[in-house]
Design a protein around this ligand. Structure first.
Ligand code: FAD
Length: 407
């Protein structure tokens, strides 16, 4: 007789898995995370005891998410917040190496140098697999520098949490919005989480591309897979070029517009296409790109000095930005919240189209996440009927095609 599907199997089968690894943290004897052929991280589970199945259901951000509001202000598109600024790390090397202006790395450095945490749990390039990611603990500026910049491939920083909980030391956590949502959920099951991780940072996220996306870039650049020594998704300038370093040290690269716009964005995993939290609503601070846009609102991707968008969501986050500025680690200037709409047109579109996309999944018989208090209806109202209908039809078509490919 076929085994009844456990919660992890159901989430994966419904294309709702974000690959964050929270299930493997809750039930380490039963769940392991591994890369699949399509280049994503997915759990595989043996039969789960009832208690662990229940706990996985409670922490998994793929199946459901509830809005949080740690801020003093609420905005229909951007959620709860305290302060919005844009700026950069005053350390020139950090600013240059980072994804945007290195503000995220700058605040991490302040936390470590001021002794507020013993280290930062985040991700870096995997030396054994140049396109992949691994978890890393940074305790110095050199570590933070080496782990800076965005890596558009699967990551699961939460899987390193159990070993750190056992140390009783304090760490800053950096992860995608779903990673932070999962860690906040885990904190409700294990009181040590809030003590060991007093600060959680995230970033604006348009979705996690398959690692196969990087292989397409490498192929387009004419480099053989076994000749890749290092792979940078961006950084070393803003936005920074996707760059392959060959075994002999030679470099080949393509612009951010080509790498993200033409390749990686079409490899984003299905769950991310119906994400209601592309802006790190559960984080103390969410960082993003403070894009400049042209008259028609399209972001300008000319290379320049990086500028991060800094959305302090909690009082703790706002206090940290202030301290980092006062101690000369960050340079910031205030940004009116309404200006974010021009800086982040992609996130605005995602928020407004979400209801339509969810409807598209329902039309095609594909399960949807259970969202509560995520402001979805409010955002859809601003989209208008035609945009929502188009989003619904596009998503339904995508789901039907995917099902046909899988059968
Ligand atoms: C998959 C993905 C999608 C993104 N989508 C958007 C978007 O739509 N709009 C936008 O404005 N910004 C997006 N970003 C974030 C953006 O690229 C920058 O991270 C952000 O602007 C902060 O820049 P910074 O210079 O302050 O960060 P940095 O100082 O460069 O620090 C970046 C931090 O992010 C961590 N990190 C890098 N890659 C990952 C990963 N895959 N998983 C977990 N942690 C990681 C690093 O360990 C480092 O600590 C995305 C990032 C990722 C990884």
């Amino acid at each position: 007789m076929a085994r009844r599907l456990d919660v992890t199997d159901r989430i994966v089968a419904a294309d709702l898995c974000a690959g964050c690894g929270a299930c493997a943290v809750v039930a380490p004897e039963h769940v392991t995370m591994a890369k699949t052929d399509d280049g994503f991280l997915r759990p595989s589970a043996t039969k789960l005891p009832r208690k662990q199945a229940h706990d996985i259901y409670a922490v998994c951000p793929g199946g459901r998410q509830r809005g949080t509001n740690g801020g003093v202000n609420t905005h229909p598109l951007w959620g709860g917040y305290h302060d919005v600024t844009k700026g950069w790390a005053t350390d020139i090397a950090l600013r240059h190496a980072a994804a945007s202006g290195g503000a995220l790395s700058g605040v991490l450095l302040w936390l470590i140098e001021s002794g507020q945490v013993d280290g930062a749990l985040h991700i870096a390039a995997d030396p054994g697999n140049p396109t992949g990611n691994r978890n890393t603990i940074s305790t110095s500026k050199a570590d933070i520098l080496a782990a800076s910049a965005s890596r558009y491939a699967p990551s699961a920083p939460i899987t390193a949490v159990p070993e750190l909980l056992a140390t009783g030391r304090r760490y800053a956590f950096v992860g995608k919005p779903c990673d932070v949502a999962a860690l906040r959920n885990l904190a409700r099951l294990d009181a040590r989480v809030d003590q060991v991780f007093p600060v959680m940072f995230s970033f604006f996220c348009a979705g996690v591309p398959s690692e196969n996306g990087a292989n397409v870039i490498i192929n387009k650049l004419g480099v053989a897979a076994d000749n890749v020594a290092q792979f940078r998704y961006r950084g070393q300038g803003w936005p920074g070029r996707a760059t392959v370093v060959e075994q002999n040290g030679a470099e080949r690269s393509m612009s951010y517009q080509e790498s993200w716009g033409d390749v990686l964005s079409s490899h984003v995993q299905p769950r991310c296409r119906v994400c209601a939290d592309g802006t790190g609503i559960s984080a103390d601070i969410a960082f993003g790109d403070a894009w400049q846009t042209d008259e028609s609102g399209y972001p300008l991707f000319e290379e320049g000095d990086g500028v991060s968008l800094i959305l302090a969501r909690t009082a703790r986050g706002a206090g940290l930005v202030k301290e980092a500025v006062e101690h000369g680690m960050l340079h910031t200037q205030p940004v009116p919240i309404d200006v974010l709409e021009a800086m982040q047109p992609g996130q605005v579109r995602r928020r407004r189209e979400l209801l339509g996309r969810l409807a598209g999944r329902v039309i095609s018989g594909t399960p949807i996440p259970a969202y509560r208090a995520m402001g979805i209806w409010n955002c859809a109202r601003r989209a208008g009927l035609w945009q929502s209908v188009r989003a619904a039809l596009g998503m339904a078509r995508r789901c039907f095609l995917r099902r046909r490919q899988q059968s």
